[in-house]
Each structure stands twice: as C-alpha cells, then as structure tokens.
Design a protein around this ligand. Structure first.
Ligand SMILES: [Zn+2]
Length: 341
C-alpha cells in the first residue's frame, strides 16, 4: 500500500469505518456490515443459486452495503473495505478457487480482482472455515496465539489461525481435519474422498448413524434399527435420546467424541494451539445440554490421553460462540487487516 492510500485508510478507519463481509455458501450468501471490533451493524441473507456468478453476488452485496449505509447514516459511517469468504480449495496467493462444489461459475476466477472491479476498495479473500476461525480468534482477543475451529456436520471441517493469521496452507488444504486418518488398514471405513480411515467416515453425520447402526445390531435393539432403516433418526435425535437415558445413543456420543479427540490430538500435537473450538450443527446440544457437556469433556480427555502433557493441559477446548455470523465477521476483519497492516 502506498503512503497516500495508507493516509486515506487511516481517515476511513477514524470515521465510522465499516467493512462488508460476504460469506458465500452453496445455498446462501450471508452479508454483513461489520465495524473494526467485529460488531455487526446490518446483515442480510440472499439465495446463492438465484444470484449465481461472482459478478452478480458482488453487485448484490455492494447494493446491500450502500443501502444499509444510507440507513445507518452516511455522515457517520463509510465503507472501508470488503472481505469475501468462500468454500472449497482456495489458492490464497492468487485468490482463485481451485476446487469447489455447488458454486458453478466460481472456479478459476480471480476473485480479488473481480471484487476490486465491483468497488474500488481494499479487499481480501479467505476460505470460509478460516474466516470463521479468525472471527472466533478475534472475539477472544488471542493476539498472536493459534486457534482451530472444528465444524461438525455432514462433514468435519476445520479452520486454522496460526500465530494470529488465517492459515490455508500452500495448496489450500491446511487443517482438513475430516481427512486425518484415525484408523488404518483394509478394515478402516471408506471416506467420501476415496481414501480410508479418515475422521469424517467416523464422526461426520453418516458415520455417527453408522456407529448407532452397528451398536443397535449388536444389542439387538429393533426400535433403533427400524428407525435407522426408515431414515427417521438424525444426530440431533441421538443427542435427545442420550439425554433421555438411551444407553446406545450415549455410547455413540462418547465414541464420536473419542474419534474426534484422537484427530484433534494429532492436529494439536503438530501446531500446539492455545484454543480448539467445536462448532456446527452436530455438537450434541452444546453447552446447553448435559450430553453436549459430556461430549466436550470426552473430547478434551481423549486429547489429553493422546498428546504430550504440555499440549493437552495447556489447550482450551470449548464450543464456538459466534454461530452463523462467524464467516461474515471473519471476512470483514480480514479486509480490515489489509488496511491496517
Ligand atoms: Zn477423506
């Protein structure tokens, strides 16, 4: 950044600077106007398929920002930068998506350049998992420390912040916790990626249901095998049944936590982070339920059992706190960093 634009950046930040965060998923585009401390001043959600291309998404996002800024008061606030969070394998050097599903027309596009063409402002592009991790990191004021945000759902995702910065790796695949091997050999379960033994095959939502199937068959529990065969049971139901003293479901929650703790232990032993957070749809009720609390404790105990003393005992393992806004907030904060560093 040259000195002239640095001066104008300082001016923007001193006058109610807001940053537009754009979090693109296959279903929805989440938008937010976020200030320098991560507070969301306005937000909206638009359907991704109706917008389609990056150009149309960026135009709609900027129209949202202009509209909301006029409501908030353009004498008090200015748009200082734009941050974009995208799923898939992001080449962070070129700001190009190398692999992505459910976003036709996005792969191979020079996204930073296109954002700049849409509105000439400082901008940044980041992987969505890293964006959410970065927002959680900022909300905890972790400075130069490291954090991993593990997202549990259909798959198992993970965003990394290392030494205070989002880390995507040299090929956009860093922190792919779902594809860390926790079992080996020909008996290891097949993963969606084509390899065997990966965490996602055991602790993704299909893996959790497969665990229940296996335990229910061994226990000859026909109620549960019938529910499984009709597809009328979800991981959320498993949490509720575990809460209601279903031993089989409680065993599945414990086993899932152990699988997860084994993989997080490997990750933690490599990067020695200060904090690991668990988020997503499949946290078995989270902090609000006894099952969720037991799930978290089992993850932490498994990490402690499988890592060096200094790694496990110094690692804080908690549930994530920002929820659905994390991607938008993280993207906005990354855009802010472009100006202030
Ligand atoms: Zn895999």
């Amino acid at each position: 950044m040259n000195s002239e634009s640095a001066i104008s950046a300082t001016t923007r930040l001193s006058k109610g600077a807001l940053f537009l965060g754009i979090d693109v998923g296959g279903t929805n585009v989440k938008l937010g106007l976020v200030n320098s401390t991560g507070t969301v001043h306005a937000k909206d959600t638009l359907p991704t398929p109706e917008l389609g291309t990056p150009e149309r998404v960026f135009d709609a996002a900027i129209a949202f920002a202009d509209r909301e800024l006029s409501v908030l008061g353009s004498d008090r606030f200015t748009l200082a930068g734009i941050g974009l969070a995208v799923p898939g394998v992001l080449d962070t050097q070129e700001s190009v998506l190398r692999e992505v599903v459910n976003l036709p027309g996005w792969r191979g596009k020079r996204l930073r350049q296109m954002l700049g063409d849409a509105r000439d402002l400082p901008n940044a592009v980041v992987n969505d998992a890293n964006s959410a991790a970065y927002a959680e990191h900022a909300s905890r004021s972790l400075g130069n420390k490291s954090l991993a945000l593990v997202t549990l759902g259909t798959g198992v995702g993970c965003g990394l912040v290392i030494n205070g910065s989002p880390y995507g790796g040299d090929h956009g695949c860093a922190g792919e916790l779902g594809h860390i091997a926790i079992r080996f050999g020909s008996n290891a379960l097949p993963c969606t990626c084509g390899k065997r033994g990966h965490l996602e095959a055991y602790a993704g939502s299909k893996g959790v249901l497969a665990q229940l199937q296996s335990l229910a068959e061994a226990a000859k529990n026909s109620d549960i095998t019938t529910l499984l065969s009709t597809g009328d049971i979800t991981p959320r139901d498993i949490a509720e049944r575990a809460q209601a003293d279903c031993d089989l479901c409680a065993a599945v929650v414990d086993q899932t936590a152990e699988y997860l703790g084994q993989a997080i232990g490997q990750l933690a032993q490599v990067i020695d982070p200060d904090v690991v957070l668990l988020g997503g749809a499949m946290t078995f009720g989270g902090n609000q339920s006894k099952v969720g609390q037991r799930f978290l404790a089992t993850v932490q105990n498994t990490i402690n059992d499988t890592t060096l003393e200094q790694v496990g005992t110094n690692l804080t393992v908690e549930f994530a706190s920002l929820g659905n806004d994390a991607g938008v907030i993280g993207a906005a904060i990354v855009a802010q960093q472009v100006i202030t560093t």
